[in-house]
Design a protein around this ligand. Structure first.
Ligand SMILES: Cc1cc2nc3c(=O)[nH]c(=O)nc-3n(C[C@H](O)[C@H](O)[C@H](O)COP(=O)(O)OP(=O)(O)OC[C@H]3O[C@@H](n4cnc5c(N)ncnc54)[C@H](O)[C@@H]3O)c2cc1C
Length: 460
């Protein structure tokens, strides 16, 4: 695709989630005049509906599980009833603080925030419809689309926000579920299983394949499944939900193999769809694919001065990726670098985590993919059961697995199952991104006693 002039002065960004915000602050710091149009809350779905409230609810569930084990830690038992109002207040308080932080960051870079709904009038002209119905027009040299996505709701699911829920209705639900049927066993589905089970709900998980987390390492998925079964989660494997019926306080989920799940709530976790309708993309000649805006490695759409980032770009739907894409767009549009390969995002090296208990995290090459490709790799695995800090924490579940090149020792990937796996994977992410070797990890002097020592052992 054609590169842009070195300096851009007027950038309009539609959508103030992680992609839009990181792009806005970086571009403004590099000298652009930036207008950011957001129709809802600055911080985006990531702060309001997705990453933050889900992890905050999970933190409460984890605290509850921990307290329920208090006797084993030498404490007398403490109360573990969930107070939905306190939970709601806590979520609002976290969101509010994060929104203030993002707003002040944008203000410090003089980004103009516009409270409105953005759409194209032409390839270089954006219209914002303001809350009072009036309109403002903005001319732009560069436009960045970062409008995100929302939960997919199939026609067979009568979502009512009370007992038939999307993830957005669950923070916390109006009535705490006695028994929730989670439909979908990808990352989002299993996080909600963990969230509700740890808060005291019975849970049934409808798994369309034979393995939860079908896209993940089989050993990792097996560890999670084992934990779910131990906690009494019912798994409906190889079943696809085909209808949901609400009868008063009961919800019935019918599956295509004839099985029926009955509970107090059903929660859909079956993917998302892009927020692109209403943007009038045709007016700018932007091509779409299933509503997503396809982009090249610089995040340019088929119209070179119009970029797309975050979930709308149809790449890896992670907040961390959206933030990185936003930053790279700003740098590219402002002529910070030309088409050098080493500045492009390598999506295969993105670390990701699942905030269950135990947590699951991975980065880079997966063992299963290495074998499928017939690639020679060295795999080393260390269980947390032999780690001093895991025993101190009364949580020896899980393991660290490192995949490296047998000839050079370069770390190609890894997975971690266990407490704080999402934090620990950072070490492997730095190694994978920077072609560090297992010796680099093993030669580092780590703190004792820590879970991180398992990484050093696996790197030996
Ligand atoms: C339940 C759940 C949990 C998740 N947890 C994690 C996690 O722990 N870690 C992680 O990395 N990722 C997580 N994700 C994924 C993450 O939330 C998304 O990848 C991320 O939010 C994408 O950021 P974004 O900037 O593309 O869009 P968003 O965060 O969706 O922001 C888009 C913004 O655009 C605005 N907008 C849309 N249309 C218009 C318009 N026409 N005019 C003006 N404004 C508009 C919206 O109001 C919204 O504020 C989770 C997703 C889900 C569903």
């Amino acid at each position: 695709m054609v590169s842009l002039p070195a300096v851009t002065t007027r950038m309009v960004i539609i959508g103030g989630g992680p992609a839009g915000n990181s792009c806005a602050t970086t571009a403004a710091r590099l000298g652009a005049e930036v207008v950011l149009i957001e129709r809802d809350t600055i911080g985006g779905a990531a702060h309001l509906w997705d990453c933050i409230p889900s992890k905050a609810m999970i933190a409460t569930g984890n605290a509850r599980s921990f307290l329920r084990r208090s006797a084993r830690m030498g404490l007398s038992e403490v109360g573990t009833d969930v107070d939905p109002q306190q939970l709601t207040d806590r979520l609002r308080s976290i969101e509010g603080r994060l929104e203030t932080t993002v707003r002040s960051l944008l203000a410090s870079q003089r980004v103009e925030l516009v409270d409105g709904i953005g759409r194209f009038e032409g390839a270089n002209r954006i219209i914002a419809t303001l809350p009072d119905g009036s309109e403002r027009a903005f001319d732009a040299d560069v436009v960045v689309l970062s409008t995100g996505s929302r939960p997919r709701v199939p026609e067979w699911a009568p979502v009512d926000g009370e007992r038939v829920l999307t993830t957005r209705d669950a923070y916390p639900p109006k009535i705490m579920p006695a028994h929730v049927i989670v439909i979908g066993s990808g990352v989002t589905g299993v996080e909600f299983v963990h969230m509700f089970e740890s808060m005291g709900s019975d849970v049934t998980l409808v798994v369309s394949r034979q393995q939860v987390l079908p896209a993940k390492d089989a050993e990792v998925a097996a560890a999670l499944e084992e934990d779910f079964l131990r906690r009494g989660v019912k798994l409906f494997k190889g079943a696809r939900a085909k209808s949901i019926v609400r009868n008063g306080d009961e919800v019935v989920v019918n599956c295509d193999d004839g099985r029926i799940a009955r509970g107090s709530h059903a929660l859909l976790a079956i993917g998302s769809i892009p927020n692109s309708e209403g943007l009038n993309l045709e007016a700018a000649g932007i091509e779409t694919d299933g509503g997503y805006v396809p982009v090249d490695n610089q995040m340019q759409s088929n119209v070179p001065h119009i970029y797309a980032a975050g979930d709308l770009s149809g790449r890896l739907p992670l907040s961390s990726v959206a933030t990185m894409q936003g930053r790279k767009i700003a740098e590219h549009a402002m002529g910070m670098y030309s088409h050098t390969k080493d500045r492009e995002i390598d999506y295969d090296k993105a670390a990701s985590a699942i905030f269950t208990e135990p947590e699951v995290a991975d980065v880079g090459l997966a063992e299963v993919d290495a074998f499928a490709e017939g690639r020679k790799v060295r795999v080393t695995k260390v269980p947390f059961a032999t780690n001093a800090k895991a025993l101190i924490n009364d949580d020896p579940r899980g393991f660290v697995k490192i995949i490296s090149d047998p000839a050079t020792g370069v770390v190609l990937g890894g997975s971690i199952v266990g407490r704080h796996a999402a934090e620990l994977i950072s070490v492997l992410a730095v190694a994978v991104t920077n072609n560090l070797t297992v010796a680099d990890i093993h030669e580092s002097l780590l703190v004792h006693p820590t879970l991180g020592e398992a990484l050093s052992e696996a790197a030996e």
